[in-house]
Design a protein around this ligand. Structure first.
Ligand SMILES: [Zn+2]
Length: 348
Protein backbone atom coordinates (compact mmCIF):
# COMPACT_ATOMS: atom_id res chain seq x y z
CA UNK A 1 0.00 0.00 0.00
CA UNK A 2 0.94 3.65 -0.33
CA UNK A 3 1.87 5.82 2.61
CA UNK A 4 3.94 8.78 3.76
CA UNK A 5 6.86 7.57 5.84
CA UNK A 6 9.73 9.01 7.84
CA UNK A 7 13.15 7.50 7.09
CA UNK A 8 14.91 9.04 10.10
CA UNK A 9 14.44 11.98 12.45
CA UNK A 10 15.61 15.27 10.97
CA UNK A 11 14.12 17.62 8.40
CA UNK A 12 11.19 17.29 6.02
CA UNK A 13 13.71 15.80 3.56
CA UNK A 14 13.32 12.59 5.55
CA UNK A 15 9.66 12.29 4.50
CA UNK A 16 9.23 9.74 1.77
CA UNK A 17 6.25 8.47 -0.22
CA UNK A 18 6.29 4.67 -0.42
CA UNK A 19 4.07 2.35 -2.40
CA UNK A 20 5.49 -0.91 -1.07
CA UNK A 21 4.27 -0.78 2.54
CA UNK A 22 2.78 -4.02 3.88
CA UNK A 23 -0.99 -4.04 4.28
CA UNK A 24 -1.58 -3.95 8.07
CA UNK A 25 -3.66 -6.84 9.39
CA UNK A 26 -5.92 -7.19 12.41
CA UNK A 27 -4.06 -8.95 15.25
CA UNK A 28 -6.42 -8.35 18.18
CA UNK A 29 -10.09 -9.17 18.51
CA UNK A 30 -10.83 -5.54 19.45
CA UNK A 31 -9.20 -3.91 16.41
CA UNK A 32 -10.56 -2.47 13.19
CA UNK A 33 -8.89 -1.85 9.86
CA UNK A 34 -9.79 1.32 7.98
CA UNK A 35 -9.42 2.16 4.31
CA UNK A 36 -8.38 5.77 4.73
CA UNK A 37 -10.18 8.59 2.92
CA UNK A 38 -8.14 11.52 4.23
CA UNK A 39 -5.63 12.45 6.93
CA UNK A 40 -4.82 15.80 8.53
CA UNK A 41 -1.64 17.33 9.93
CA UNK A 42 -0.97 18.65 13.41
CA UNK A 43 2.01 20.46 14.87
CA UNK A 44 2.76 17.16 16.58
CA UNK A 45 3.71 15.68 13.19
CA UNK A 46 6.49 18.27 12.84
CA UNK A 47 7.77 17.31 16.30
CA UNK A 48 7.79 13.66 15.21
CA UNK A 49 9.86 14.57 12.14
CA UNK A 50 12.33 16.48 14.31
CA UNK A 51 12.47 13.77 16.96
CA UNK A 52 10.98 13.69 20.47
CA UNK A 53 12.75 12.56 23.63
CA UNK A 54 11.89 8.98 24.49
CA UNK A 55 10.23 8.26 21.15
CA UNK A 56 11.96 5.86 18.81
CA UNK A 57 10.64 5.15 15.35
CA UNK A 58 11.33 2.12 13.20
CA UNK A 59 11.65 3.24 9.55
CA UNK A 60 9.81 3.27 7.28
CA UNK A 61 7.57 4.94 9.87
CA UNK A 62 4.05 5.89 8.73
CA UNK A 63 3.23 9.49 9.73
CA UNK A 64 -0.02 11.11 10.79
CA UNK A 65 -2.33 11.24 13.82
CA UNK A 66 -5.63 12.45 12.38
CA UNK A 67 -7.81 10.89 9.76
CA UNK A 68 -11.07 9.47 8.54
CA UNK A 69 -11.77 6.24 6.71
CA UNK A 70 -14.20 3.46 6.02
CA UNK A 71 -14.16 0.29 8.13
CA UNK A 72 -12.70 -2.44 5.97
CA UNK A 73 -12.37 -5.32 8.47
CA UNK A 74 -13.19 -5.87 12.15
CA UNK A 75 -11.98 -8.15 14.93
CA UNK A 76 -14.31 -10.74 16.45
CA UNK A 77 -15.17 -8.67 19.53
CA UNK A 78 -16.04 -5.43 17.71
CA UNK A 79 -19.71 -4.46 18.04
CA UNK A 80 -20.16 -0.68 17.79
CA UNK A 81 -19.00 -0.29 14.19
CA UNK A 82 -19.44 -2.50 11.13
CA UNK A 83 -17.68 -2.99 7.83
CA UNK A 84 -18.64 -0.12 5.53
CA UNK A 85 -19.11 2.47 8.30
CA UNK A 86 -17.42 5.85 7.83
CA UNK A 87 -15.52 6.72 10.99
CA UNK A 88 -13.30 9.33 12.61
CA UNK A 89 -10.32 8.29 14.72
CA UNK A 90 -9.34 9.39 18.23
CA UNK A 91 -5.53 9.39 17.84
CA UNK A 92 -4.85 8.78 21.56
CA UNK A 93 -4.20 5.10 22.27
CA UNK A 94 -4.42 3.85 25.87
CA UNK A 95 -4.01 0.41 27.45
CA UNK A 96 -7.56 0.54 28.92
CA UNK A 97 -6.36 -1.28 32.03
CA UNK A 98 -4.31 1.07 34.24
CA UNK A 99 -5.91 2.95 37.16
CA UNK A 100 -6.45 6.10 35.09
CA UNK A 101 -8.09 4.21 32.22
CA UNK A 102 -10.33 2.39 34.70
CA UNK A 103 -11.40 5.87 35.93
CA UNK A 104 -12.27 6.91 32.38
CA UNK A 105 -9.23 9.18 32.07
CA UNK A 106 -7.50 7.61 29.07
CA UNK A 107 -5.17 10.56 28.29
CA UNK A 108 -3.55 10.00 31.70
CA UNK A 109 -2.83 6.36 30.83
CA UNK A 110 0.62 5.25 31.97
CA UNK A 111 1.09 3.64 28.56
CA UNK A 112 -0.56 6.44 26.54
CA UNK A 113 0.55 6.89 22.95
CA UNK A 114 -0.52 8.76 19.83
CA UNK A 115 -0.95 7.52 16.27
CA UNK A 116 1.98 8.53 14.11
CA UNK A 117 4.14 9.12 17.19
CA UNK A 118 4.05 5.86 19.15
CA UNK A 119 1.98 3.79 16.72
CA UNK A 120 1.91 3.65 12.89
CA UNK A 121 0.04 6.68 11.58
CA UNK A 122 -2.86 7.64 9.38
CA UNK A 123 -1.22 8.94 6.19
CA UNK A 124 -1.52 5.59 4.42
CA UNK A 125 -4.12 3.70 2.45
CA UNK A 126 -4.92 1.41 5.42
CA UNK A 127 -4.51 1.66 9.17
CA UNK A 128 -5.34 -0.74 12.02
CA UNK A 129 -6.50 0.84 15.32
CA UNK A 130 -8.36 -0.26 18.45
CA UNK A 131 -12.11 -0.15 17.78
CA UNK A 132 -12.54 1.90 20.96
CA UNK A 133 -10.76 4.71 19.13
CA UNK A 134 -13.24 5.03 16.26
CA UNK A 135 -16.74 6.52 16.06
CA UNK A 136 -19.10 6.28 13.10
CA UNK A 137 -20.17 9.51 11.40
CA UNK A 138 -22.54 10.28 8.52
CA UNK A 139 -20.77 9.57 5.21
CA UNK A 140 -22.11 12.93 4.04
CA UNK A 141 -19.60 14.86 6.17
CA UNK A 142 -16.84 15.90 3.75
CA UNK A 143 -13.72 13.76 4.17
CA UNK A 144 -11.41 16.76 4.57
CA UNK A 145 -13.51 18.16 7.43
CA UNK A 146 -13.81 14.77 9.14
CA UNK A 147 -10.07 14.13 8.80
CA UNK A 148 -9.27 17.50 10.35
CA UNK A 149 -11.62 17.11 13.29
CA UNK A 150 -10.38 14.85 16.04
CA UNK A 151 -7.06 15.85 17.59
CA UNK A 152 -7.51 19.61 17.67
CA UNK A 153 -11.17 19.56 18.68
CA UNK A 154 -10.65 16.92 21.36
CA UNK A 155 -7.65 18.77 22.80
CA UNK A 156 -9.51 22.09 22.79
CA UNK A 157 -12.68 20.56 24.29
CA UNK A 158 -10.83 19.12 27.27
CA UNK A 159 -9.00 22.43 27.81
CA UNK A 160 -12.07 24.67 27.54
CA UNK A 161 -14.89 22.50 28.91
CA UNK A 162 -13.31 20.05 31.34
CA UNK A 163 -10.21 21.83 32.59
CA UNK A 164 -10.85 25.61 32.41
CA UNK A 165 -14.65 25.15 32.72
CA UNK A 166 -15.35 28.23 30.63
CA UNK A 167 -18.63 29.99 31.47
CA UNK A 168 -20.77 32.23 29.24
CA UNK A 169 -19.70 35.17 31.40
CA UNK A 170 -15.98 34.51 30.88
CA UNK A 171 -13.49 36.49 28.83
CA UNK A 172 -11.09 34.07 27.15
CA UNK A 173 -7.78 34.86 25.46
CA UNK A 174 -6.60 32.41 22.79
CA UNK A 175 -3.10 32.73 21.35
CA UNK A 176 -2.14 32.14 17.73
CA UNK A 177 -5.43 31.89 15.93
CA UNK A 178 -4.80 29.94 12.74
CA UNK A 179 -3.60 26.75 14.40
CA UNK A 180 -6.06 23.89 14.72
CA UNK A 181 -6.34 23.83 18.52
CA UNK A 182 -6.73 27.61 18.74
CA UNK A 183 -9.51 27.66 16.15
CA UNK A 184 -11.30 24.74 17.81
CA UNK A 185 -10.96 26.52 21.17
CA UNK A 186 -12.53 29.64 19.64
CA UNK A 187 -15.43 27.63 18.20
CA UNK A 188 -16.05 25.85 21.51
CA UNK A 189 -15.91 29.10 23.50
CA UNK A 190 -18.44 30.68 21.15
CA UNK A 191 -20.68 27.61 21.49
CA UNK A 192 -20.56 28.22 25.24
CA UNK A 193 -21.28 31.91 24.80
CA UNK A 194 -18.00 33.31 26.14
CA UNK A 195 -16.38 36.59 25.03
CA UNK A 196 -13.26 35.65 23.07
CA UNK A 197 -10.02 37.50 22.42
CA UNK A 198 -7.66 36.08 19.79
CA UNK A 199 -4.13 36.98 18.72
CA UNK A 200 -2.11 36.47 15.56
CA UNK A 201 0.82 38.00 13.72
CA UNK A 202 -1.37 38.19 10.64
CA UNK A 203 -4.21 40.69 10.18
CA UNK A 204 -5.69 38.40 7.52
CA UNK A 205 -5.94 35.56 10.08
CA UNK A 206 -7.52 37.93 12.61
CA UNK A 207 -10.16 38.89 10.01
CA UNK A 208 -10.98 35.22 9.42
CA UNK A 209 -11.22 34.65 13.17
CA UNK A 210 -13.84 37.41 13.34
CA UNK A 211 -15.92 35.46 10.82
CA UNK A 212 -15.73 32.48 13.20
CA UNK A 213 -17.02 34.66 16.03
CA UNK A 214 -13.92 36.18 17.67
CA UNK A 215 -15.02 39.28 19.60
CA UNK A 216 -11.65 40.99 20.04
CA UNK A 217 -8.52 40.67 17.91
CA UNK A 218 -4.92 41.68 18.66
CA UNK A 219 -1.93 41.60 16.32
CA UNK A 220 0.83 40.60 18.75
CA UNK A 221 3.73 41.69 16.55
CA UNK A 222 3.07 45.37 17.21
CA UNK A 223 2.02 45.34 20.83
CA UNK A 224 2.18 43.76 24.30
CA UNK A 225 -0.94 41.60 24.47
CA UNK A 226 -1.12 41.64 28.27
CA UNK A 227 -0.97 45.42 28.33
CA UNK A 228 -3.58 45.83 25.56
CA UNK A 229 -5.99 43.56 27.40
CA UNK A 230 -5.49 45.33 30.72
CA UNK A 231 -6.08 48.67 28.95
CA UNK A 232 -9.17 47.48 27.10
CA UNK A 233 -10.73 45.83 30.18
CA UNK A 234 -10.13 48.66 32.63
CA UNK A 235 -7.27 46.68 34.25
CA UNK A 236 -9.55 43.72 34.97
CA UNK A 237 -7.93 41.22 32.58
CA UNK A 238 -9.42 38.01 31.21
CA UNK A 239 -10.77 34.99 33.11
CA UNK A 240 -9.11 32.30 31.01
CA UNK A 241 -5.98 32.17 28.84
CA UNK A 242 -5.38 29.33 26.37
CA UNK A 243 -1.63 29.25 25.76
CA UNK A 244 0.04 26.53 23.70
CA UNK A 245 3.00 28.70 22.68
CA UNK A 246 5.10 28.60 25.87
CA UNK A 247 8.09 30.79 26.53
CA UNK A 248 7.34 33.43 23.89
CA UNK A 249 3.89 34.25 25.28
CA UNK A 250 3.89 33.17 28.96
CA UNK A 251 4.71 36.56 30.43
CA UNK A 252 2.04 38.33 28.37
CA UNK A 253 -0.45 35.55 29.17
CA UNK A 254 0.02 36.18 32.89
CA UNK A 255 -0.11 39.93 32.20
CA UNK A 256 -3.54 39.43 30.63
CA UNK A 257 -4.87 37.14 33.36
CA UNK A 258 -7.25 38.72 35.83
CA UNK A 259 -7.89 37.85 39.46
CA UNK A 260 -8.98 34.24 39.97
CA UNK A 261 -7.89 33.63 36.34
CA UNK A 262 -7.22 30.20 34.88
CA UNK A 263 -4.39 29.56 32.44
CA UNK A 264 -4.56 26.29 30.53
CA UNK A 265 -1.72 25.03 28.38
CA UNK A 266 -1.45 22.10 26.00
CA UNK A 267 1.86 22.85 24.33
CA UNK A 268 5.00 24.92 24.08
CA UNK A 269 5.73 25.43 20.40
CA UNK A 270 8.17 28.29 21.13
CA UNK A 271 9.98 26.56 24.01
CA UNK A 272 9.05 24.96 27.34
CA UNK A 273 10.94 26.82 30.09
CA UNK A 274 8.86 29.69 31.48
CA UNK A 275 9.07 32.00 34.50
CA UNK A 276 6.23 32.63 36.91
CA UNK A 277 6.30 35.10 39.82
CA UNK A 278 4.78 33.01 42.62
CA UNK A 279 3.73 36.15 44.49
CA UNK A 280 1.44 37.14 41.63
CA UNK A 281 0.20 33.54 41.40
CA UNK A 282 -1.05 33.44 45.00
CA UNK A 283 -2.10 37.08 45.28
CA UNK A 284 -4.31 36.85 42.19
CA UNK A 285 -5.38 33.31 43.14
CA UNK A 286 -4.61 32.03 39.67
CA UNK A 287 -4.94 28.43 38.54
CA UNK A 288 -2.35 27.19 36.04
CA UNK A 289 -3.30 23.88 34.49
CA UNK A 290 -2.07 21.47 31.87
CA UNK A 291 -4.18 19.46 29.48
CA UNK A 292 -3.56 16.97 26.73
CA UNK A 293 -5.77 15.11 24.28
CA UNK A 294 -9.09 13.89 25.74
CA UNK A 295 -10.93 10.93 27.24
CA UNK A 296 -13.62 8.68 25.75
CA UNK A 297 -16.50 10.73 27.20
CA UNK A 298 -15.03 13.93 25.77
CA UNK A 299 -14.54 12.23 22.40
CA UNK A 300 -18.19 11.11 22.42
CA UNK A 301 -19.21 14.69 23.23
CA UNK A 302 -17.30 16.25 20.33
CA UNK A 303 -18.32 13.56 17.81
CA UNK A 304 -21.91 14.26 18.88
CA UNK A 305 -21.31 17.90 17.93
CA UNK A 306 -19.77 16.85 14.60
CA UNK A 307 -22.76 14.63 13.76
CA UNK A 308 -24.99 17.68 14.26
CA UNK A 309 -22.84 19.81 12.01
CA UNK A 310 -21.20 21.85 14.77
CA UNK A 311 -17.50 22.51 15.49
CA UNK A 312 -16.61 21.79 11.86
CA UNK A 313 -12.91 22.66 11.50
CA UNK A 314 -12.03 25.13 8.77
CA UNK A 315 -9.82 23.40 6.20
CA UNK A 316 -6.91 25.48 4.95
CA UNK A 317 -5.90 23.35 2.00
CA UNK A 318 -6.10 19.77 0.73
CA UNK A 319 -3.01 18.18 -0.79
CA UNK A 320 -3.04 14.91 -2.75
CA UNK A 321 -1.15 12.08 -1.06
CA UNK A 322 1.62 12.38 -3.64
CA UNK A 323 2.31 15.96 -2.46
CA UNK A 324 2.22 15.23 1.27
CA UNK A 325 5.63 16.80 1.85
CA UNK A 326 4.36 20.13 0.50
CA UNK A 327 1.57 19.90 3.08
CA UNK A 328 4.18 19.59 5.83
CA UNK A 329 6.04 22.61 4.42
CA UNK A 330 2.88 24.69 4.60
CA UNK A 331 2.44 23.75 8.25
CA UNK A 332 6.10 24.34 9.08
CA UNK A 333 5.93 27.83 7.57
CA UNK A 334 2.77 28.57 9.63
CA UNK A 335 1.04 29.79 6.47
CA UNK A 336 -2.21 28.02 7.24
CA UNK A 337 -5.49 29.15 8.69
CA UNK A 338 -7.19 25.95 9.71
CA UNK A 339 -6.22 22.40 8.99
CA UNK A 340 -3.88 21.09 6.33
CA UNK A 341 -5.37 17.90 4.91
CA UNK A 342 -4.04 15.07 2.78
CA UNK A 343 -6.47 13.40 0.39
CA UNK A 344 -5.72 9.68 0.41
CA UNK A 345 -8.72 8.14 -1.38
CA UNK A 346 -8.17 10.20 -4.53
CA UNK A 347 -4.64 11.30 -3.83
CA UNK A 348 -2.52 8.98 -6.04
ZN1 LIG B 1 -4.17 3.07 30.97
Amino acid sequence: MKGLTLSAHGSLEQLQMRDDLPLPSIRQRNEVRLRMRAAALNHLDLFVVGGLPGVTIVPPWVMGADGTGVVDAIGDDVRHVAVGDTVVINPGISDRSCEYCRNGEQPLCVRFGILGEHFPGTIAEYVVVPAANVRSIPASIPADVAAAFSLATLTAWRMIVTRARVLPSDDVLIWGIGGGVAIAALQICKLLGAHVWVTSSSDAKLERARVLGADETINYTTTDVGKVIRDRTGKRGVDVVVDDVGVATWKQSLGALGRRGRLVTCGATSGPMVETDVRRLFWNQWTIMGSTMGNDAEYDAIVGQLRQGRLLPPVDRVFPLGQARAAFERLQNAEQFGKVVIDIANGG
